[in-house]
Ligand binder design. Structure first.
Ligand SMILES: C[S@@+](CC[C@H](N)C(=O)[O-])C[C@H]1O[C@@H](n2cnc3c(N)ncnc32)[C@H](O)[C@@H]1O
Length: 231
């Protein structure tokens, strides 16, 4: 199985519907705080099911949801069919956008599923799509010292605070035996240090900094904001 095939099916990542709902609500709240203004053309790259995308769309001019999984895009198209300022596109359509067409790109919890070379290539593509002074946000980056057990602990804390601790514990046991663990071990899981991310963003010409806190519930992971420099 490839990561693309993995994301194109129902996964065991979310332990139940409540987990999925509060996860996407939290992401939407955190992303809204980063939106620079009501005219912003924002791309959520690798958006997943984006169940609270309407909250993000309410804070910007246009929200473009981009995901490589066809089943995910089909669900998004159905969910947001009546929203004028939400578009759903494939990565191929994203790559066909003109240079400088976008104000901000959010890439949350995606980089770990890329190979090192695909990450380097996409960094150039994302940067090229940003207008002068546009911003790239790389979030939920997993540092090398954060183990699956540390991730599990963060999930249990989030679950306890949101009323699904028992389901989270059962879900963690399930995912220990599920294909996620096998696929993660087999296909690789890109973990990057703060310095590696800052250097990679600088290499494509972004003025980058670490942003605190991380987007989402996992305080052990990292978020970075890179701005397109103008001569
Ligand atoms: C862990 S989910 C994250 C979803 C969402 N961003 C969030 O934070 O909940 C990863 C998503 O990235 C998508 N994805 C993975 N690689 C991608 C790529 N190269 N281009 C676009 N989407 C990708 C997957 O299909 C999946 O929906």
């Amino acid at each position: 199985m490839t990561w693309t095939e993995y994301w194109n099916q129902d996964t065991t990542i979310y332990v139940n519907d409540r987990h999925k709902r509060v996860h996407y609500e939290r992401i939407a709240q955190d992303v809204r705080r980063l939106v620079p203004g009501p005219e912003t053309r924002l791309v959520d790259y690798g958006c997943g099911e984006a169940m609270s995308a309407d909250q993000v769309a309410a804070a910007c001019g246009q929200l473009v949801l981009c995901d490589s999984a066809l089943t995910v895009r089909q669900r998004l198209e159905a969910r947001y069919a009546d929203r004028d300022n939400i578009d759903v596109i494939s990565p191929e359509a994203f790559e066909a956008l003109p240079s400088g067409a976008v104000d901000m790109i959010i890439v949350n919890s995606v980089v770990q599923y890329l190979s090192r070379s695909e990450f380097a290539r996409l960094l150039r593509v994302w940067t090229e799509k940003l207008r002068p002074h546009g911003q790239l946000v790389l979030a939920d980056i997993v540092p090398p010292n954060v183990s699956p057990y540390a991730d599990a602990l963060q999930l249990l804390k989030f679950a306890a605070a949101n009323g699904f601790a028992v389901a989270a514990f059962a879900g963690l046991v399930r995912s220990y035996f599920s294909d996620y663990r096998q696929v993660r071990a087999g296909l690789g899981f890109l973990q990057l240090s703060e310095v590696e991310v800052l250097n990679a963003m600088a290499e494509v010409g972004l003025l980058a900094r670490r942003h605190h806190p991380n987007i989402g519930h996992n305080a052990r992971r990292m978020t970075f904001v890179g701005g397109v420099q103008v001569a």
